[in-house]
Design a protein around this ligand. Structure first.
Ligand SMILES: [Mg+2]
Length: 335
């Protein structure tokens, strides 16, 4: 008998035979940020997420309202990465009997705030008692399915782009977890980036509609990990140049306050950024930049897709092209 510990989360899906094989023509199943179901001229995008107390969040570092906001924002980010526009969501929640009703009201107000901001109507769900707080959000969006940039669409030679300023969320989390006094505007920004992330809904839809993004994913686990999903699904490798990474002033101030010597590590491996990572043809550089300007979102070219290199799905290189092994030498090469 095998346990989940032995085969892992992705191993479980493979074990159960969850794949696209038996779906109707034109449907997209597991493997991307959303499933896609064509209905008439439009396509429905569907994504589901679970958040469990103690696993995905700690009550000590999360307010109820922030948790509600972020739970929905994370799902809207999955819709964004498929180029889908939010339509509706459902919320199912299990709560211990000891839960303060005020906490639940605040949580709900946080979700409502995000739902109103992104015009994503809450249309139902379920409630139950449970040992811990357990939250499931299912979000639905719509798009023209032919436009959806999948993880599998990258080709060697294309540019790799990222939106916003990844790493700030991790900076905020470290400030919160360390109980660091965060009164300056910069440090407050980092905390807000962690507690109230901005799903790039308009950007995702525009990149998809304009056929600018050939592949796209939202950054939930950090740039390098999420870039690896694009690399594997597209049959390419991805090269990220450390010198091209965007470093924001708040991140630099936060890193100094936290004693983090290499803020670029936060940018690459931070997680929970809910920014978009995408590939685009090199001939579209100007168009991508003007789209960013139009929408007021910083877009940075941080690398490229290359022919598949069996040793590295994702390579991080320094200024002279040497590969930096993040895990082994923690950036020793360019210190
Ligand atoms: Mg995602």
């Amino acid at each position: 008998m095998k346990t989940l510990r032995e085969i892992g989360e992705f191993g479980l899906l493979a074990h159960l035979g969850v794949d696209n094989g038996k779906l109707p023509q034109g449907w997209l199943g597991p493997g991307d940020d959303c499933a896609l179901i064509p209905i008439g001229d439009e396509t429905l995008a569907i994504t589901a997420d679970i958040l469990i107390e103690g696993v995905h969040f700690r009550l000590a570092t999360t307010s109820a309202a922030d948790l509600g906001y972020k739970a929905l924002a994370a799902s809207l980010s999955d819709l964004a990465s498929m180029g889908a526009t939010p339509l509706a969501s459902t919320l199912s929640i299990a709560l211990p009997f000891s839960t303060d009703i005020g906490w639940v009201e605040d949580f709900y107000s946080g979700i409502k705030c995000c739902a109103d901001e992104y015009r994503c109507h809450l249309v139902g769900g379920d409630t139950s008692s449970g040992d811990k707080i357990f939250i499931n959000i299912t979000a639905l969006g719509k798009l023209n399915g032919e436009n959806a940039p999948l993880r599998s669409g990258a080709a060697a030679g294309e540019d790799l782009w990222v939106s916003g300023t990844p790493g700030e969320s991790r900076g905020g989390l470290l400030l919160l977890e360390g109980g660091v006094e965060s009164k300056t505007p910069a440090l407050k920004t980092l905390i807000k980036r962690h507690t109230r992330p901005t799903p790039r809904v308009d950007l995702g839809a525009a990149l998809a509609k304009g056929h600018l993004a050939t592949s796209m994913i939202d950054i939930s686990d950090g740039i390098t990990k999420d870039a690896a999903h694009i690399a594997r699904r597209s049959g390419v490798s991805v090269e990220i140049s450390i010198d091209l990474l965007p470093l924001s002033a708040p991140l630099m101030e936060g890193a100094a306050k936290l004693g983090v010597k290499e803020p670029r590590l936060l940018v690459l491996a931070g997680g929970e950024d809910y920014e978009l990572l995408f590939t685009a043809n090199t001939k579209h550089r100007e168009e991508v930049l003007s789209l960013g300007k139009l929408l007021g979102v910083e877009l940075t070219r941080i690398g490229r897709a290359t022919l598949k290199d069996d040793k590295h799905a994702v390579k991080v290189t320094n200024g002279v092209g040497d590969i930096i092994d993040l895990a082994l030498d923690g950036f020793e090469h360019f210190k």
